[in-house]
Design a protein around this ligand. Structure first.
Ligand code: GTP
Ligand code: MG
Length: 466
């Protein structure tokens, strides 16, 4: 990416495809003058006069021919997304029209923007820090409400605010250490070792709190994998269909209907989830296809985050249920296993009290009817609840980005080193060195001191036009 700030860049900022509207964005010192070359205002009032934050109605003209009727919004420096002069042209959302207008921008002196270049300029102009810029990317990529809310929380500065607090505290600590150093010979201490160690420990435990959210936050981005298992005919495919609210998997009363695994994405109470329907597990000799189906089922169960184990409550437990119990035993305690007594619309023959002799582990059990779609809401609540993710309005901050996680971990380690040195009564230079090192990583995190290649790498993952 060239990333020279003196030129003016242009890109189509809406997805290429047919839509009611499409937006072309220009940013840089020549945005307005370039746009004037092909924008013909509908009236005097809507001329691009140099006024900012107005909407100008007019036409895009190419060699006298009208290309489209548009609204043009100039947002002049510094009050724009990038901090530079920005012009947004809202045209009709057809790919041919949008490309034509972009071509006119390029012909008249703009350069095609690279991926994330608008946001990069916003970052260079101090409009947002690196953490917020990355949140822009996450917000766009969010697949569910919960993921979007967390991204927006970061974009509105929740993480940046925390990092700013850390920086302030660490700067205070570093400077008091350094002042103590200056007066070293006179043995004047501006902060006692105890106070120092407490402050450092407080910050590192705050960071630890943030780090502990990362493991779970992968569910926000990648989705939680939920495998449905149970003996043939227990209602696995019916449950998948019921949760998806469409007939995806074949359901029949013939045992062994599902032979392969079937994966589908679903929004589970705001959480992205991948539901996996599997072939029914049964004991006894298996045919070739059944054997492959069983292997796939086992793989899905092992790689899932949560297992839903279906029991047909209208029948007695049998050797097939026992075969599943044996399969799940090694996973007990390692992943959440939910016992689902399905077919609750029929008279119950089997219930939770029958399970312990076959599967003596603590599980959560639910009565459901996949056929009548009963008990599913409670089940979804419990599954989402078991992940201890923040509720939609909880405002809890989650670390979702592995760069943030890694850098915060390094900061924490530096602080613990500093505490160790201070406890060992090492010379203050050494403690100060570790605190300065932590501040260096903090600067990398917010982008204040990040190397250019790191920045380029981060912004190159953005889409063009953002
Ligand atoms: N009464 C009642 N019948 C159900 C319920 N859930 C599933 N069934 C019936 O049970 C039979 C088997 O359902 P499936 O969903 O195909 O069961 P499965 O576990 O996917 O079976 P396989 O793919 O063969 O392993 C079908 O006739 C369903 O209509 C339920 O909640 N109540
Ligand atoms: Mg099935």
């Amino acid at each position: 990416m060239p990333f020279r700030e003196e030129d003016t860049i242009a890109a189509i900022s809406t997805p290429l495809g047919k839509g009611g509207l499409g937006v072309i964005r220009l940013s840089g010192p020549a945005s307005l003058s370039i746009c004037r070359k092909f924008f013909s205002p509908a009236s005097k009032k809507s001329a691009l006069s140099g006024k900012t934050h107005v909407i100008c109605h007019g036409f895009i003209k190419d060699s006298g021919k009208t290309v489209d009727e548009v609204l043009v919004s100039p947002m002049l420096s510094p009050g724009s997304y990038t901090g530079e002069d920005v012009v947004e042209i809202s045209a009709h959302g057809g790919p041919v029209i949008l490309k034509k207008i972009l071509d006119l921008c390029l012909k008249n002196g703009a350069r095609a923007a690279g991926p994330g270049e608008f946001t990069y300029r916003a970052f260079l102009n101090g409009k947002l820090d690196l953490v917020k810029a990355e949140a822009v990317c996450d917000l766009i990529a969010s697949a569910t409400e919960l993921a979007a809310e967390n991204a927006f929380l970061q974009l509105s500065g929740s993480l940046s605010g925390k990092l700013a607090q850390f920086k302030k505290s660490l700067l205070d600590i570093a400077s008091s250490l350094e002042v103590s150093l200056d007066y070293g010979d006179e043995d004047i201490k501006f902060v006692t070792n105890r106070e120092l160690q407490k402050s450092l420990r407080d910050i590192s435990s705050d960071i630890e709190g943030l780090l502990s959210t990362f493991e779970k936050s992968k569910y926000l981005k990648q989705g939680v994998r939920i495998a449905i298992t149970g003996k043939p005919n227990s209602g696995k495919s019916s449950l998948l269909n019921a949760l998806l609210e469409r007939e995806r998997s074949i359901v029949t009363d013939i045992p062994g209907t599902t032979r392969d695994t079937i994966e589908e994405c679903v929004d589970l109470k705001g959480l992205p989830a991948v539901l996996i329907d599997t072939a029914g597990v049964r004991g006894g000799p298996l045919g070739r296809v059944e054997r492959i189906g069983r292997e796939r089922a086992l793989k899905s169960i092992t790689s899932s985050d949560i297992v839903l184990w279906l029991i047909d409550s209208s029948r007695k437990l049998d050797k097939n249920d026992a075969a599943i119990a044996a399969t799940l035993k090694p996973l007990a305690g390692k992943k959440s296993i939910f016992l689902l007594f399905n077919k609750s619309d029929l008279p119950a023959v089997t219930g939770p009290k029958d399970i312990p002799r076959m599967f003596p582990f603590k599980t959560l059990s639910f009565k459901i009817s996949a056929l009548k779609r009963e008990g599913l809401n409670e089940l979804e609540d419990a599954v989402a609840g078991s992940l201890c993710l923040p509720g939609p309005v909880s405002n809890a901050l989650f670390i979702t980005n592995s760069r943030h996680f890694e850098t915060l971990r390094k900061i924490k380690n530096c602080l613990l080193e500093a505490v160790n040195e201070s406890e060992r009564k090492s010379p203050e230079e050494i403690t100060a060195f570790h605190v300065r090192e932590a501040l260096g990583y903090l600067g990398e995190l917010t982008g204040e001191t990040a190397a250019e290649d790191v920045l380029k790498n981060i912004f190159s993952r953005f889409c063009v036009g953002k």
